[in-house]
Design a binder for this molecule. Structure first.
Ligand code: TLP
Length: 353
């Protein structure tokens, strides 16, 4: 039965509203679509730890195909996908090269060390882009004093670099570099679908550069929860073991995977609308009140506003606009499905005076 007309759906859709607030804190706040609720209500279920949940299997097969990889794994979050990938790719005496402002390094509680005993080695990038040639000197020689340089992580799009799209050339160079040194390459592709929307480069092309790639379903794609991790069959089978170790085996997970499948199939095409709104917001905020904003590639708008971020968040709140101050000098606005043109104008109407 279609859910749209049912009383249950009406109840749900009321709880979907942001009570009149425009929530720019993250694209993670996006609510599921009616089609997702419908898919969830009708999802055939099994037990995913036994490997027999048809809705999880359907999502994993679709994701593997979309990313041009042999297999994929459904996991609860982007953080878990990254941590599973690192743990699965690396031996215990390994070192991981990654960008100094990457999500894995900054925002995952030092999980590489906490969960897997891995040593991170950071490289400062330019808008998130590491100069791959500079990594050559970081590869450790064969010496029992040293950890083994085993993994390189790239983040695309790069969150802290303002949702910057990593140039495809950089990804190809990184692939060459990792192959040359018998290393693995993981892409934190939490927002790789935003890169796809911005460049038109197919997800499978991005994925072909790497040994593994994650893709969040719960950000701009609007599923309530979940991330897919794709790679070759052997990697995914080991990753499935690691997922269990990390407590990510989810039983009747089909009920959420069904929404994830709708997200991956239907929600990518609209992401460019978020990019257009982000560009409009950036343009409108740049130069006012001493703010400066670099034109965004995708849906993240970082605003440099020395000493004014908390005051602006407060002024926004007075106008039913929610946003984040990363510190008192930097604001972040994120556009997504539940932000429309009027919401952008609401931000632009906020004044500090
Ligand atoms: N990013 C969140 C916060 O954790 C900062 C956000 O609101 O942007 N990789 C990247 C590049 C991310 O931006 C995020 C989430 C993750 C991984 C982790 O995803 P989740 O939140 O699902 O664990």
């Amino acid at each position: 039965m279609p859910l749209n007309g049912s009383p249950l759906f009406c109840e749900w859709s009321q709880s979907l509203s942001f009570q009149g607030k425009a929530d720019f804190r993250s694209d993670t706040v996006t609510r599921p679509t009616a089609k997702m609720y419908e898919a969830m209500a009708q999802a055939p279920l099994g037990d995913d730890v036994f490997g027999d949940d048809p809705s999880v299997i359907a999502l994993e097969e679709y994701a593997a195909d979309l990313f041009g990889k042999e297999a994929a794994l459904y996991v609860p979050s982007g953080t878990m996908a990254n941590q599973i990938a690192c743990r699965t790719h690396c031996r215990r005496d390994a070192e991981v090269l990654l960008e100094a402002t990457s999500h894995v390094f900054l925002y995952e509680q030092g999980g590489l060390a906490q969960l897997s005993g891995l040593q991170p080695r950071c490289v400062v990038g330019d808008r998130g882009v590491m100069a791959i040639a500079d990594l050559e000197t970081l590869v450790r020689g064969d010496d029992p004093h040293f950890p083994v340089t085993e993994l390189l992580i790239l983040e695309n799009t790069h969150n802290s670099a303002g949702g910057a799209v990593l140039p495809f050339d950089t990804m190809l160079t990184a692939q060459e570099f990792t192959k040359k040194h018998n290393m693995r390459l993981h892409i934190d592709g939490a927002r790789i679908t935003n890169a796809e929307a911005a460049t038109g480069i197919p997800l499978a092309d991005y994925a072909s550069c790497a040994d593994s790639i994650s893709c969040c379903l719960s950000k701009g794609l609007s599923a309530p929860v979940g991330t897919v991790l794709a790679g070759d069959r052997e990697f995914i089978s080991q990753a499935r073991r690691t997922r269990k170790l990390f407590g990510g085996g989810m039983r009747q997970a089909g009920v959420i995977a069904a929404a994830g499948l709708v997200a991956l199939r239907d929600m990518r095409a609209r992401l460019k609308d978020d990019h257009i709104r982000a560009a409009r917001l950036a343009e409108g905020l740049n130069g006012r009140d001493g703010f400066s904003v670099v034109a965004p590639d995708t849906n993240l708008v970082y605003v440099s506003c020395p000493g004014k971020a908390h005051a602006f968040v407060e002024a926004c709140a007075q106008n039913d606009v929610m946003t984040l101050a990363l510190n008192d000098d930097t604001l972040r606005f994120v556009t997504h499905k539940d932000i429309d043109d009027r919401d952008v104008e609401r931000v632009l109407a906020v004044s500090l005076t």
